[in-house]
Ligand binder design. Structure first.
Ligand SMILES: Nc1ncnc2c1ncn2[C@@H]1O[C@H](COP(=O)(O)OP(=O)(O)OP(=O)(O)O)[C@@H](O)[C@H]1O
Length: 691
């Protein structure tokens, strides 16, 4: 075992006599001593036993010991590194120092073979440890000589072993501060020492043997490195904390397994999605969790089976789940871990469906706009999208060419006047005048003179020149008699005459005058009923009703609501220099409205919205209160045919969900409106999607 070898005065000098040697044996109380030469180098060893022979002959006591003992002197191997030199035959161990003093142990005298081997082993072990530790180790003896200087010390101090080992530390310039530190602190304590631009942390420990201080052990490492390492440790700790927070606060569920599919970790979102606590799954195998019904499919297992990323989709308690597993490989390309990202895509799916629906709507609307534009070229300013209106327009274009009287019927605001105008525009009379008169807007007493004109001085208050009537003014063109049902019965007889005779007699006049006028009458009244009530002349009715054009109400042509809305939007955007658009929910809402005031009401509403809506997108919120649809309709469901009740219920359910979906969008609101659970809504919608 390496020991510090404190200088011993008990060395036999090669010049010593046997007597001197005996004295040294006696003084040292040792039975073996090293022998040194004139240069103070250890050249061998002698035991007391070796001197027994010459001692018997007193004459030889003054003889030089070497000469006498030449053949007995055990020579030492040259040993620059001061490793112990073992004299195997005599079981002696000699430790020599640089000053060539040596300490010698006789192993044979009092140690067994076991101890000899044991010490050799211990020594070797310690030597290897010393050489291989990461810290620098320097040991100096009490005189300051460096007796241990390991490989790390060499690396850290950048001083070669052969330049340091065996030297007195005080004499090595590069280690001046090192040696001063040891001296100042009496070889103990923990210190920082800068050598060049490197700072070391040095631990000094005094070494003792048999209560005698024999040297100092210095263990040191680079301070910066430790700080760096501890800093790195701190950073890693913070990072770890952060990662934990990220994992736990992730909206997506996270699920991690080892390479056997055993659950290592799950986060809070995962627990929430599957309503299972982590204690119940950690350590369990992913595929067993499928068997237990915790979830539908295992992405982790699929990753382990295929060695590749895998995505699975399944339903879990009415929710749609998407799970993506990703393998983590080690440097040998083996899977060590599988990380699964789990997402509840129920809402996302809903949104996707809504988006799809919106896209379809947008597509539909843009088609409608195209159609409107096309129609505008044929019937400028007139929207006729519905089949029924297309038929009406077809009739208008054909009737326009002939000169027959036309009766236009339909509710107020459906576009009767507009159709009359079109009849004129499309007729051969288009270059003649088009005169319109609302028969209900003028007092009946005045209406006759308005229509037929009057001769001068015909009645009190009449103009002296007389007046040309509207029939005359419309000569060569078209006269529209709007609200014909409002005319007094006496006037009706005169009108009949004009239509039959094609001539008029002015009020107060006696001469008739031929006129060439096409008459178009319009009414929102039920003339047949009026005939029965005797408020309208039957003969006039039949004269007017040569061709009848009935304009359907908006309720009868709901397909026209959206194109009309878009048409008016464009019209009023242009008029008020705005750029408003209608949200699709608003359009749906307009579709659902009853429109008692027909197109006029719709037009007024859109004009209002264009002026008053705050944002560019006009939404349901911008609608006046009376246009907002009540949530629950108390309308009766009308059934026309017969079918199995179950099928009928399914159909009604389908329609209800579709309607609610268009109106409310979110499954929560739909559930609210339909009075069922949100999960039922999700399930039913999923079933519908797959139908
Ligand atoms: N198909 C249509 N395309 C575009 N605008 C229309 C259409 N039908 C009607 N309108 C517009 O609706 C409004 C009402 O139409 P119109 O006055 O022709 O209805 P009406 O049936 O004559 O009403 P009333 O019975 O009250 O006289 C007008 O501004 C008209 O331009």
């Amino acid at each position: 075992m390496i020991e510090d070898f404190s200088p011993t005065p008990w060395s036999i000098h090669q010049q010593d006599s046997i007597k001197d040697a005996l004295a040294k044996f006696s003084e040292s109380r040792s039975n073996m001593l090293p022998v040194i030469n004139g240069n103070n180098e250890v050249i061998g060893s002698l035991s007391l036993f070796d001197l027994l022979l010459p001692v018997q002959d007193s004459a030889k006591l003054n003889e030089n010991i070497c000469r006498w003992m030449e053949d007995r002197l055990v020579p030492l191997k040259s040993d620059k590194n001061h490793d112990p030199v073992v004299d195997k035959n005599n079981f002696r161990v000699i430790l020599a120092d640089q000053n060539d003093r040596a300490e010698l142990f006789n192993l044979s005298s009092d140690s067994s073979y076991f101890w000899r081997d044991h010490e050799k082993l211990e020594y070797e072990l310690l030597r290897q440890i010393t050489e291989n530790v990461y810290c620098g180790i320097v040991t100096i003896n009490e005189t300051g000589k460096v007796v241990v200087y390991n490989a790390s010390a060499q690396r850290l101090l950048k001083l070669k072993k052969e330049d340091i080992l065996g030297k007195n530390i005080k004499t090595v310039r590069a280690l001046e501060d090192f040696s001063k530190l040891i001296l100042d602190h009496k070889g103990q304590g923990r210190h920082k020492l800068s050598l060049g631009d490197v700072t070391f942390v040095i631990n000094l420990t005094p070494l003792f043997r048999n209560n005698l201080r024999i040297g100092v052990l210095a263990v040191f490492h680079e301070s910066a490195k430790t700080e760096c390492v501890s800093q790195e440790l701190k950073v890693t700790e913070t990072l770890l904390k952060e990662i934990n927070i990220f994992i736990e606060s992730s909206y997506d569920g996270l699920f991690v397994t080892d390479n056997q599919g055993r659950v290592i970790r799950v986060n809070a979102a995962w627990e929430k999605i599957f309503s299972v606590s982590r204690q119940d799954v950690i350590g369990q195998k992913a595929k067993d969790l499928v068997k237990r019904g915790v979830y539908g499919k295992s992405a982790a297992q699929e990753v382990l089976d295929t060695g590749k990323s895998a995505t699975v989709m399944f339903e879990n308690k009415g929710r749609k789940i998407l799970a993506t597993g990703t393998p983590v490989f080690n440097s040998q390309g083996e899977i060590t871990t599988v990380v699964v990202n789990v997402r509840d895509i129920t809402q996302l799916e809903d949104l996707r469906c809504q988006l799809e629906k919106q896209q379809q709507l947008t597509e539909k609307y843009s088609q409608e706009i195209k159609e409107i534009r096309r129609q505008q070229q044929v019937f400028p300013g007139i929207i006729c999208h519905s089949k029924i209106m297309v038929q009406v327009m077809d009739m208008v274009s054909r009737v326009a060419e002939v000169d027959s009287t036309v009766l236009i019927t339909g509710e107020s605001g459906v576009g009767k006047e507009m159709i009359a105008g079109l009849l004129h525009k499309l007729s051969p009379r288009r270059n003649g005048p088009m005169i319109k008169i609302n028969c209900s807007a003028i007092p009946q007493t005045l209406l006759e003179s308005e229509l037929f004109g009057y001769e001068r001085g015909a009645f009190t208050g009449a103009s002296v020149q007389g007046k040309i009537g509207l029939f005359e003014l419309a000569n060569g063109g078209t006269l529209m008699l709007d609200e014909i049902g409002e005319t007094a019965i006496e006037l009706q007889a005169k009108l009949l005459r004009v239509i039959q005779e094609k001539e008029i007699i002015k009020v107060g006049g006696s001469k008739s005058k031929k006129i060439d006028v096409r008459i178009v009458a319009a009414t929102n009244r039920d003339l047949k009923k009026m005939i029965q009530e005797r408020t309208f002349r039957e003969d006039l009715f039949y004269r007017l009703n040569v061709i009848r054009i009935n304009v359907p109400s908006l309720r009868e042509r709901t397909e026209d609501i959206v194109p009309l809305s878009l048409f008016f939007l464009e019209k009023y955007n242009k008029k008020y220099n705005k750029n408003k658009r209608l949200s699709s929910f608003l359009i749906n809402s307009l579709n659902d409205y009853n429109w008692p005031g027909n197109i006029r009401e719709l037009e007024n509403l859109i004009e209002n919205l264009v002026i008053l809506a705050r944002n560019d997108e006009i939404t349901v919120d911008d609608l006046p209160e009376n246009y907002k649809q009540p949530v629950i309709s108390d309308q009766r469901i009308v059934v026309n045919g017969v079918m199995p009740i179950k099928k009928a219920i399914e159909l009604v359910e389908l329609q209800l969900i579709q309607n609610a979906r268009e109106r409310y969008g979110s499954t929560r609101k739909i559930a609210n409106a339909l009075g069922i659970n949100q999960s039922t809504v999700v399930r039913k919608m999923a079933v519908q999607r797959h139908q």
